[in-house]
Every structure is written in structure tokens, then in C-alpha cells.
Design a protein around this ligand. Structure first.
Ligand code: 8DG
Ligand code: MN
Ligand code: MN
Length: 371
């Protein structure tokens, strides 16, 4: 097949934080395939190969053109032998045998199913699989399994929280949280973060940052919000974690470590969301509400910019911001702070732009961070 290499483009960086990645993905067939492999490696707890496929997918997501022949990928970073073989196979046959094999694999299907439950990670899923459990009814019928509170809620609201949250639903939740924050403190600050801030149409949850300019007052903000939601009868689940933030600590090296700000993982009851259910809902289900996952994080105001940058994602974008800081600038970045190892000092920031500037990076808008 004829295949012209696209007009020479500027060199694509190996770092997602030096690429602009919108929600428009011109290489979805390829990146979906890579993500199946990444997920399969992740479920088998093989971090290296998992990351390699996530990086490759991320590079292809940033391209303003569709890859139509292997030659077009020449000079692109993060594409190894395995990914190139997959690209070739998919371009030729429209699908990959390796991917199909994984998708039809019982172990993969079961681990995917189990980890789709709120509160169930790869390790728990693996444990259940090894005990011969294959379905939700297997798990729920097994007397020796003690589900924790999170998992119990995960099963209870499974249908609702495994269904995507729409932008309209995110907006409605924003209004509820906004009302709560301002009733508690008139100078409260609320910001939408996560995937919806990146312009995504759908999400698996809705993420917000809440804080107040009054030093220390952010500590009581979340418990107050939670109480209010409870009084309103819309709190279905709450896991509140108090702040363990320590200003003198250096930024963490480990990416997967959670941050130390006060936060809560919630399930809320959203009323009147029938519109998002689809008109020909056949379940005869007309209850007129749905359960939605909501995350709230409450940093002190002086760390607002770092928290916002950290919680806006995408995860791949965050990983590469930290990797870039460490390897290219000799700095340590996490959700709380940026530390310059050469100057041995913390760098203050009031906006995300300040942080990009400290890192010597061009500013990337939130909707360009869908790496
Ligand atoms: P989605 O919900 O639309 O599926 O995508 P998302 O909004 O990008 O994913 P997310 O899982 O909600 O995570 C949003 C960002 O929050 C992501 O960049 C990772 C970040 N994040 C932290 N700390 C923590 C944490 O402690 N727990 C969780 N769940 N996310 C965290 O920076
Ligand atoms: Mn989210
Ligand atoms: Mn979240």
C-alpha cells in the first residue's frame, strides 16, 4: 500500500509534558491495542512492560495524524520492537492476534472483572482468582471472604459506578459541592480537576479540589462537607483520610504513592439524572437517581497550584512531569512541592504556569494533558 510519511514534524519528545495531547485521538485502534497489553501486564504486576506500552500509547495519542504505515513511526520515541510488530500487524490485518488472545483469556477477563469493583486492586483480584473464583456470585457466595467497607459499597453500587459519568452530571455535582463549600465558608475555593478539567466528555468519577485562603481552615473543610452531604441524605459512602502533609519533607520519588493532603473518596446519590440514562432504558428502572464516585482533596492554599497540577492528570502526564523534573532538571516534583536539588531549595508557586516555568517547560493547557 502507498503510504506517505506525514510532512516533517518537529521532533516528538519522549516526555508527555513536552507534548500537547487533546482528547482527539487519531490512532485509537493502535492505542486501544497497546492499552490491552499494558493492562494485561499490570494485572500480572509486571510494571516495566506495562509502562513501556503506556508510553508508546501516549506517544501515538499526541500525533495530529493517523499512523498508516510503519515507516511513518520512524523517529518517534518510546516505540520498541514489540510495539512496532503490533503496529505492523494491526495495519495489515486490522487487529492483533496477541491482543485477541489476551481479550479472550479467562484469567485476564476475570481479573478485569474483579478490579472493576471499587476497592478491588490487582492483588485482591489475583487472590480471588487463585482460589478458583470467577464471577461476582462466586465471590458473594464464598463465606470465607470478608469484604471491606469499600468493596461492599463497590458491589452495592456496581451498576451505577461502572457506568460513565457525563459532563452534565459532573456539573450537577459541582453545584452540590459548591453550595456545601460556600455554606461552610464564604471564601471557600472549589475547582474541578481530573479528567473533566482536561475536557473529557465522560469520566469514571468527578474530582474536585476544595480549600480556603484561611491558613489551617482547610483541615476542617472536608469533615464539614461530609457532614452536610450526610444531612442532605446524599452520602452513600465516605472514606475520609486526614492530612499527613509535612512541609519539611522532600517530594516523593515514588509516583504511585498517594499524596498527603486531606482527601475523601465518596459515593454520592445524584438526583434527577434520568436524562443521562438513555431514552430507551429497558431495565424498567425509573428511580430517578444514580450513584456517582466523587473525589475531594483539600490542600493548604499555598500548595494549591501543586495539588491542581497533580490532580488534573492524566496519570501518564504526571509521571512524565516527575520524570522530566528528575532527569532533565535535577528537581523533585510531587503533588505538594517542587524541590531544586542543585540549589537545595523548595520553589514556591501560586499558579500552574509558575510550576511549568520553574521546570523550564512551555505551558501545557489542561485540555492538552490527555497523554
Ligand atoms: P477518569 O476519572 O475520567 O477516569 O480519569 P482521571 O480523572 O484522569 O483519573 P482519576 O483516577 O480520577 O485521577 C485523577 C488524578 O488524580 C490523577 O492524575 C491521579 C491523581 N491522584 C493523585 N493522588 C491521588 C490519590 O491519592 N488517589 C486518587 N484516586 N487519585 C489521585 O494525585
Ligand atoms: Mn477522575
Ligand atoms: Mn479520581
Amino acid at each position: 500500500a502507498r503510504c506517505s510519511t506525514p510532512t516533517p514534524v518537529a521532533r516528538v519528545s519522549q516526555y508527555a509534558c513536552q507534548r500537547r495531547t487533546t482528547t482527539e485521538n487519531n490512532n485509537k485502534i493502535l492505542t486501544d491495542a497497546f492499552e490491552v497489553l499494558a493492562e494485561s501486564y499490570e494485572l500480572n504486576q509486571l510494571e516495566g512492560p506495562c509502562l513501556a506500552f503506556r508510553r508508546a500509547a501516549s506517544v501515538l495519542k499526541s500525533l495530529p495524524w493517523a499512523v498508516q504505515c510503519l515507516g511513518a513511526t520512524q523517529g518517534l520515541p518510546c516505540l520498541g520492537e514489540h510495539t512496532k510488530a503490533l503496529i505492523e500487524e494491526i495495519l495489515q490485518y486490522g487487529h492483533s492476534f496477541e491482543v485477541e488472545k489476551i481479550l479472550s483469556d479467562e484469567r485476564y477477563q476475570t481479573l478485569k472483572l474483579f478490579t472493576s469493583v471499587f476497592g478491588v486492586g490487582p492483588k485482591t483480584a489475583e487472590k480471588w482468582y487463585r482460589r478458583g473464583l470467577r464471577s461476582f456470585s462466586d465471590i458473594l457466595a464464598e463465606p470465607s471472604i470478608q469484604l471491606n467497607r469499600m468493596q461492599q459499597s463497590g458491589f452495592l453500587h456496581y451498576g451505577d459506578i461502572s457506568r460513565a459519568v457525563s459532563k452534565a452530571e459532573a456539573r450537577a455535582l459541582g453545584n452540590i459541592i459548591d453550595e456545601a463549600v460556600h455554606a461552610i465558608t464564604p471564601d471557600g475555593i472549589l475547582a474541578l480537576t481530573g479528567g473533566f478539567r482536561r475536557g473529557k466528555e465522560f469520566g469514571h468519577d468527578v474530582d474536585f479540589i476544595v480549600t480556603t485562603p484561611e491558613q489551617g481552615k482547610e483541615e476542617t473543610l472536608l469533615p464539614n462537607i461530609i457532614d452536610r452531604l450526610k444531612e442532605q441524605g446524599i452520602l452513600l459512602y465516605s472514606d475520609y483520610q486526614t492530612s499527613t502533609f509535612d512541609i519539611s519533607k522532600l517530594p516523593s520519588h515514588k509516583f504511585e504513592a498517594m499524596d498527603h493532603f486531606a482527601k475523601c473518596f465518596l459515593i454520592l446519590r445524584l438526583e434527577g439524572s434520568l436524562v443521562d440514562r438513555g431514552l430507551n432504558s429497558t431495565e424498567g428502572d425509573s428511580r430517578g437517581w444514580r450513584a456517582v464516585r466523587v473525589d475531594l482533596v483539600s490542600p493548604p492554599m499555598e500548595r494549591y497550584a501543586y495539588a491542581l497540577l497533580g490532580w488534573t492528570g492524566s496519570r501518564q502526564f504526571e509521571r512524565d512531569l516527575r520524570r522530566f523534573a528528575r532527569l532533565e532538571q535535577h528537581m523533585l516534583l510531587d503533588n505538594h512541592a517542587l524541590y531544586d536539588k542543585t540549589k537545595k531549595e523548595f520553589l514556591a508557586a501560586t499558579t500552574e504556569r509558575d510550576i511549568f516555568a520553574h521546570l523550564g517547560l512551555e505551558y501545557i493547557e489542561p485540555w492538552q494533558r490527555n497523554a
